[in-house]
Write a protein that binds this ligand. Sequence first.
Ligand code: PBG
Length: 327
Amino acid sequence: MPYPEIRPRRLRRNAAVRRLVSETRVDPAELVVPMFVKEGLAEPRAIASLPGVLQHSRDSLRKAAVEAVQAGVGGIMLFGVPASRDERGSGGIDPNGILNVAIRDVVAEVGDATVVMSDLCLDEFTSHGHCGVLTPDGTVDNDATLAAYAEMAVAQAAAGVDVVGPSGMMDGQVGVVRRALDAAGHSDVAVLAYAVKYASAFYGPFRDAIESALEGDRRTYQQDPANLRESLREVALDVAEGADMVMVKPALPYLDVVSAVRAAVDVPVAAYQVSGEYAMVEAAAANGWVDRERLMLETLTSIRRAGAQIILTYWAVEAAQLLRQRY
Ligand code: PBG
């Protein structure tokens, strides 16, 4: 061995040294928990492909929100599952639609103790399951959809949401939402843009969670997994249109994209560890093939290390509890 002897293992000798030199820490305050609420449910219901995640009733959602606050999570992202759907997704705009009702419930319960966010997309509310309204030939009509998003944003803001998350990948959606919010007097409501969203098979369990009616796929509006440079273009557009934060989705299979986006912008970068990422680990762990807790924290640490400052994850509450014991 050459002198001086360089031995990196000195800094791995025991837990105290490893803790001292650890480059990345996941903080509960940076975790956001997605939650589903279903209209008309009396009791929460399990989602088979997302073990541990529930379709909440209005009541159980309020309790879960309090538990999330107690665990110290940074935010809650709400998704609504309506009892009925139509072609235009009007339940997303209706002030009495399930998502807007849930926003009011959660805000009333937790106030400013955490950041309340809402998915701003039509797919939960349309009978065909697409993220927008359709033209007579069945394609998603970009600009007609933008008009619906504008109304939906104002309805969510009126319900009291802190942050809206436009996730439909329509061109121009961030600008339209920003202008609509400002015009309605909601200039303090922030936009977390799903700027980079791939047409991914990792969303499978989510579509069970919202009982999606989608047939076919979203490849005419979500991105091709083969493309990285296109993501930088999407992010630049969203920042120019007024996005306060940008998100990359999914997370773990796209860490190169997270890293490139982090280097390209100065707004906070979020990543969404999506349903399929969670379900893969849960399924393997249920078989005894992997150590569930270690894998949970390893995946979150990796997403953080790649450059995501905020992570949406179905493990947020549990991970926050584990992390608090650890540090
Ligand atoms: C769209 C939306 C989806 C997800 C979040 N927002 C579904 C989709 O784009 O098909 C997926 C999240 C996940 O898989 O956990 N409203």
